[in-house]
Design a protein around this ligand. Structure first.
Ligand code: NDP
Length: 487
């Protein structure tokens, strides 16, 4: 049977490559090839840049109100197509439909709505200089590149393109080769809503295609989501042409459960922050610090709920709340971390195996896994696993747990559970992380800026401030009197 084939999406339409090179895309829940993509070759890359230049002339030439109106049509279309698009995300990522149909497209559309509404509020300044005066213009940067990870493909494409396009830029987006469909579907929606051709192009391929983007002198900014190591390479390559960069990278985030916390709520936070999207979330609280007085009650409820309430299976089944790892390779990597956890002396309380759930026997599943008796120097406590593996640690006092929570080179997220309002703020202010939650975990609305401290990132996505990162300020000085020159 011939596989369905998806092509690069350039200048408002699919564009065939000349090289004939393709990559298979696999449904992680079945292990079956679902389609193939054409890898961008020189012809496609050149067309992507040429069409982006034309698209920029049309898009930046519109008023912000005009752009805003069109982007709001994009939002309406995304919401109309929610279930269809969520279905594609499930097939590409292996995550449960019950998540994808209420989070992935929804939060993507929210970001476009937020920035569409902000676009016309961007204004310059003018100041009198005693006759002469100056004014400033907020101008778009030009062609921006978006490079995405595989865990939230369409959401990442929306979060990156929303502020870029709202500010009048155009974007060439490279999705992960493992989950390319969401970005292509988004590109079609942009065209259907009336966004000019070339404003959002999608180029397909692996890291080499990403590297081509970061090396390209026509690209002014790179917004990247992925691993710390790749982020460093992207930043290094971008430096050659002094591109602006936004980096959304990995995490090893702490959740602190104080002695006065509501145990059930703390268990909910820990489970959401380790098992939602089968653990493949950058902000996950994979280091759960529980006050020793709460430890027994916390563990009892955590293990009960993990063993009773998690249902793996065909992710399209709306009863299923736990999906497959993105690939066989990643399943193997997660399992190798579990083995390291055991070898280094952590106690495996539940999980720890691969799974073949009914209805998804060929999928790359790993059981929800909990380790206790963990110490700060263990590999599973130090390194990002990006799978459903929770490490539980205990602590005695506040100063100790703050020190240990901060003892990492990463700083994406952090959170705590307590009824003591002053302690909550006192501790949160000391935690070295860009995204913090008190008595909750995981919400990331478009209004709230997100990004990492330390090696977890550079710059922010979402929130008002992000729009500024997609503009440059032009100052215009106006002479009102005759110019005096000493020559
Ligand atoms: P990778 O870093 O492996 O890949 C990210 C993207 O970069 C992919 O599209 C990849 O292409 C591309 N790429 C690979 N090499 C290069 C290169 N040299 N130059 C330019 N682009 C390149 O990350 P994963 O896809 O494995 O995603 C998981 C990681 O993403 C985790 O560390 C996670 O924490 C992080 N993440 C961070 C988020 C945040 O907001 N902070 C959100 C989501 C994930 P390809 O894969 O096709 O080879």
């Amino acid at each position: 049977m011939t596989k369905p084939r998806l092509q690069n999406f350039i200048n408002g339409a699919p564009l065939a490559n000349d090289s004939g090179e393709t990559i298979d895309v696999i449904n992680p829940a079945t292990g079956e090839v679902i389609y193939e993509i054409e890898v961008a070759d020189d012809k496609v890359k050149t067309a992507a840049i040429e069409s982006a230049k034309e698209g920029f002339k049309a898009w930046a030439g519109m008023t912000a109100m005009e752009r805003s109106r069109i982007l709001l049509k994009v939002v309406a279309l995304l919401r109309e197509k929610n279930d269809e698009l969520a279905g594609y995300e499930v097939l590409d990522t292996g995550k449960p439909m019950q998540e994808a149909n209420c989070v992935d497209v929804v939060t993507g559309a929210d970001a476009i709505e937020f920035f569409a509404n902000l676009a016309p509020t961007q204004v310059g300044q003018q100041q009198d200089l005693g006759g002469d005066f100056y004014y400033t213009r907020k101008e778009p940067l030009g062609i921006c590149a978006g490079i995405g990870a595989w865990n939230y493909p369409i959401q990442i494409a929306c979060w990156k393109s929303a502020p870029a396009l709202a500010a009048g830029n155009v974007m060439i987006f490279k999705p992960s080769e493992e989950t390319p469909r969401g970005a292509i579907e988004l590109a079609k929606v942009y065209i259907e809503a009336g966004v000019p051709a070339g404003v959002f192009n999608v180029i397909l391929g692996d890291g080499d295609v990403g590297q081509w983007l970061t090396n390209n002198p026509d690209i002014e900014k790179v917004s990247f989501t992925g691993e710390v190591g790749t982020g460093k390479k992207v930043m290094q390559a971008s430096a050659a042409t002094l591109k602006d960069v936004t980096m959304e990278l990995g995490g090893k985030s702490p959740l602190i459960v104080f002695e006065d916390a509501d145990v059930s709520q703390a268990v909910s936070a820990a489970m959401l922050g380790n098992f939602y999207t089968q653990g493949e979330v950058c902000t996950n609280c994979t280091r759960v610090f529980v006050h020793e007085s709460q430890y027994k009650a916390f563990m009892k409820e955590l293990v009960e709920r993990t063993e009773q309430n998690i249902k793996a299976g065909d992710p399209m089944d709306l009863e299923v709340n736990f999906g497959a790892m993105i690939s066989k390779k990643h399943q193997y990597l997660v399992m190798s971390y579990i083995e390291k956890g055991k070898a280094e002396g952590a106690t495996l309380v539940t999980g720890g195996n691969t799974m073949t759930p009914a209805g998804a026997e060929g999928g790359y599943f790993v059981e929800p896994t909990i380790f206790t008796d963990c110490t700060d120097d263990m590999t599973i406590v130090k390194e990002e696993i990006f799978g459903p593996v929770m490490s539980v640690l205990t602590f005695k006092d506040e100063a100790e747990v703050v020190r240990r929570a901060n003892d990492t080179s990463l700083g994406l997220a952090a959170g705590l559970m307590t009824k003591d309002i002053t302690r909550a703020h006192r501790v949160i202010h000391q935690l070295e992380a860009g995204i913090c939650w008190i008595n909750t975990w995981g919400a990331s609305p478009a209004e709230m800026p997100v990004g990492g401290y330390k090696l977890s990132g550079v710059g922010r996505e979402n929130g008002i401030e992000t729009l500024d990162h997609y503009t440059q300020t032009k100052s215009v000085y106006i002479g009102m009197v005759d110019l005096e020159a000493p020559f």
